[in-house]
Ligand binder design. Structure first.
Ligand code: MTE
Ligand code: MO
Length: 194
């Protein structure tokens, strides 16, 4: 592959309505924390796409980007300027054969958590399949070895311990979306609950 490319975008100081800034980085996990080693990690692509599986090595062989974005949890805390490194979703999709009828994705996680996204939200600016947090391997509590980062939506969309990306025709609610959270979750529109 070509050399690794790093971009660094400035953090915004724009705090969405109803959020308080925290200096800490709280851990928000529903249920037990899955333990996934890099050696056994697999990212399965399925649904309305040619089925394929990416290993840890395959993910790291793709061009790498570093982004710095604010992180907004629906429980009213925001952490500003978090830096993540990994593969942009817009880069990943160039290596996949996605059916033109796909409109949405479901992110699947080790442990069974799921969250849904419109394809345009999955491919929005700064969305990343991340394996580093502040330049270090992502700690297991924060979703290591690999998590999604969807910085323009509430953080429940940033699936930790990512294990699969399912391309879908039409939308389907994920775990929190079935349990009262909003389908989309734009923090600047306070799309918290449905
Ligand atoms: N697999 C999985 N991903 C998840 C969650 C979870 O419980 N399981 N919690 C979500 C929620 S509600 C938030 S706020 C963020 C929290 O990320 P953090 O624990 O790194 O702060 O992860 C999201 N991704
Ligand atoms: Mo959250």
């Amino acid at each position: 592959m070509l050399g690794k490319i790093f971009h660094k975008a400035p953090a915004s100081s724009n705090v969405p309505p109803g959020q308080s800034v925290t200096e800490r980085f709280p851990v928000m996990t529903y249920g037990p924390t899955p333990r996934v080693s890099e050696a056994t990690f697999e990212l399965r692509i399925f649904g309305l796409a040619e089925e394929t599986t990416l290993s840890w090595e395959a993910l790291l062989a793709l061009p790498q980007t570093r982004i710095t974005r604010d992180f907004h949890c629906v429980t009213h805390w925001s952490k500003l300027g978090v830096s993540w490194t990994g593969v942009l979703t817009t880069e990943l999709i160039r290596h996949l054969a996605v059916h033109p009828e796909a409109t949405h994705v479901m992110l699947h996680c080790y442990g069974g958590y799921t969250t849904n996204l419109a394809l345009e939200d999955f491919l929005a600016d700064g969305c990343l399949i991340a394996h580093k947090l502040e330049g270090q391997p992502i700690p297991v509590d924060h979703g290591g070895p690999v998590r999604a980062v969807i910085p323009h939506l509430y953080a429940w969309k940033s699936a930790k311990w990512l294990s699969g990306i399912e391309f879908m025709r039409g939308d389907r609610p994920g775990f929190w979306e079935r349990n009262g959270y909003h389908r989309r979750g734009d923090p600047f529109r306070e799309e918290r609950y449905s």
